[in-house]
Design a protein around this ligand. Structure first.
Ligand code: AMP
Length: 250
């Protein structure tokens, strides 16, 4: 029996780039900016690859929604261990509900037993897509996962979740939606032979007829206020004096 895992992959501005707000405040500059796979999606993909390597899955499908250029990011996913990739091609501005609807269509078509996503995309910080997808599918969800254990004979999965001030362990029925947190694993680097092999792998491009009209309007985007520069003091006594009488923090 085919045991597929679907992994959602978003192309975002690379986490090392200093993001610049467009002069008209309509968003952030993405032209001539280094783009990469969302770091949490790399972790999600790594977990899927480990499950396959441990014999729990037979195929990993990477899925990305966006413009044609997202194929580059899908190629990286193929080099990191995905078996094939699907690009849901659209030039419409994507918001979590729209992405979740598109992913649901692929889930219905592919029938995976697990869908992995990142816990959040580092560009919009929405932290919504996995939760909405689980809702649309009426599947259980294990969000902010820092550890997972399959109990396959029971058709269940144990998910350790990072919650405020500790860890929560939940038992979910499969199929399920899992969103990856930072500590789930340490993703591998793509090896040169795997980068070469990825060139031969298939990327299917589809354009489903699904209403993904944005529901939210961005009114404006502003950079954070500039930090004031620090001052140099000559002695510990002067520092204590300033903290006591000027900053009034002690
Ligand atoms: P968000 O809800 O926007 O913070 O995104 C959470 C996760 O949803 C991301 O880490 C991705 O796994 C997935 N996701 C969001 N947008 C896309 C997209 N355009 N294509 C594929 N996956 C996406």
């Amino acid at each position: 029996m085919q045991k597929k895992i679907l992994v959602a992959i978003k192309r975002v501005i690379d986490f090392n780039v200093k993001v610049r707000v467009k002069t008209d405040g309509s968003g952030v500059e993405t032209t001539h900016v280094k783009m990469s796979m969302n770091p949490f999606d790399e972790i999600a993909l790594e977990e899927a690859v480990r499950l396959k390597e441990a014999g729990h899955a037979s195929e990993i499908i990477a899925v990305s929604a966006g413009s044609e250029i997202c194929q580059e990011t899908l190629r990286t996913a193929l080099a990191l261990g995905a078996d094939r990739a699907i690009l849901i091609k659209t030039d419409t501005e994507l918001q979590p509900l729209g992405v979740a609807k598109l992913l649901k269509a692929i889930v219905t078509q592919e029938n995976p037993f697990l869908v992995f996503l990142g816990k959040q995309a580092i560009d919009d910080d929405c932290n919504q897509t996995g939760q909405i997808l689980a809702g649309l599918l009426d599947w259980p969800q294990g969000t902010f996962a820092s550890q997972i254990m399959l109990a396959e004979n029971e058709n269940k999965i144990i998910v350790v979740r990072e919650v405020d001030g500790g860890l929560e362990t939940v038992l979910l029925n499969l199929p399920a939606v899992i969103t990856a947190d930072l500590r789930l694993n340490q993703p591998r680097y793509a090896s040169l032979p795997n980068i070469m092999k990825a060139r031969q792998k298939q990327i299917e491009i589809i354009t489903p007829d699904i209403d993904i009209t944005p529901r939210l309007v961005t009114l404006k985007t502003e950079p954070p206020p500039a930090r004031k520069s620090g001052i140099r003091v000559n002695s510990a006594a002067e520092l204590v004096d300033k903290l006591t009488h000027e900053a009034k923090v002690i």
